[in-house]
Design a protein around this ligand. Sequence first.
Ligand SMILES: [Zn+2]
Length: 463
Amino acid sequence: MATVLTGGTVVTAAECYRADVRMEQGRITQIGESVAEDGDQQVDAAGCYLFPGGIDPHTHFDLPVGGTTTADDFASGTAAAAAGGTTTVLDFATQHKGETLQQALANWQRKAAGHCYVDYGFHLAISDWNAAIQAEMTAVIEQGVSSFKLYMAYKNVLQVDDGVLLAAMRTARQHGALICLHCENGDVIAALVQEAVARGQTGPEYHALTRPALLEGEAVNRAVCLARLAQAPLYVVHVSCAEALRVLQEAQERGWPVYGETCPQYLLLDEACYQKPDFEAAKYVMSPPLRPAANQVFLWQGLADGNLLTTASDHCSFNFKQQKELGRSSFQCIPNGAPGVENRFGLLYTYGVAAGKLSLNQFVAVTSTNAAKLFGLYPAKGTLAVGSDADIVVWDPAEKRVITARDQVQRVDYNAYEGFMQTGNARAVFLRGRQIAANGRLLDAAPAGRYLKRSRFASNRMS
Ligand SMILES: [Zn+2]
């Protein structure tokens, strides 16, 4: 049986028009006027936008960090994604030291399989490096993992040196993969942290003070230089500040294939959060840290101008009680990360579209289309077209709600956007033609998310 969404406005990264959308066997089969046939189930979408389901290209579910594990696993994390209008997540299968890439991937496949409410794929986060691991990259790409993440920060844990970065970039370019980089100067941060702790500066606010924006800008610049040397494309994750954005803009003006991602927390929250009393500042301990508010205008402009192509939640949730509290004696022990997978889509609509900073088309580009193109999912995902997966958000722009941890789906004891107003709401969310959420709630159905084998990176898709 087919389902037809009637009376809505179809929005893609390029167009915006009134049409009905017919979905059959998981795909979009028709877009046009009055496409319903006898026996079709009709869903009234009058007054609503029909957006491609959101793609969150940066989540960490079921990730062990410093003796504890993220509050959200794949079940609760993808349930929250679905409730908020996100129908695809790309999570980081993270290699622990001593593991092969195949072991890391198998580990994450096991964590996710059968538990996901939305479709999912993996980047592979490499923390250990040798010739055998380099050789393994090709096998992993064959399994649909066409992007790798490396860290320039987290010394002695995840950080790799510049020689490894260069080698990984070369291998990725050769085999059609994209390197995603966490850009902060880990060596200098480690030194600043030591100095602070020696002075007895152990409160959560020192997390931010020991990781200044300059060190993100420096690392992005170094990464761009290495990518040029390797003649490889580069994707910089969670760009948080003007210092980093400027480097990307300059590289892009010269025509180099350098792409940027930012996150709602850097667009909407700022370093003032570190002044919150009663250790509440720990809720905002993430890397990079929240920046001075003056950066936000640059980041929004970067999204509108296409210098930043994607928005990701970097969802990495730890409960305030018992998890963030592990760092009461010193900020070094606060697990890094914050929740956001449930709210990314709505926040970008509210503070982007409704606030006049992004057009509807730009909103779609930065919440789904660009990520689909970069990460080998387009056009099955990331657009509304005949033949694409019927991943659709019926968005009612007339609704309003207040974001609060009290009614959230993500399984964590706070919300970083507590009290923020959301304009519009995901009235219905469809995953491959089946409705999985309504009005911000997950429908009572078994998890039906599928693993997405992604195709190789192609720079011509991005122009
Ligand atoms: Zn992350």
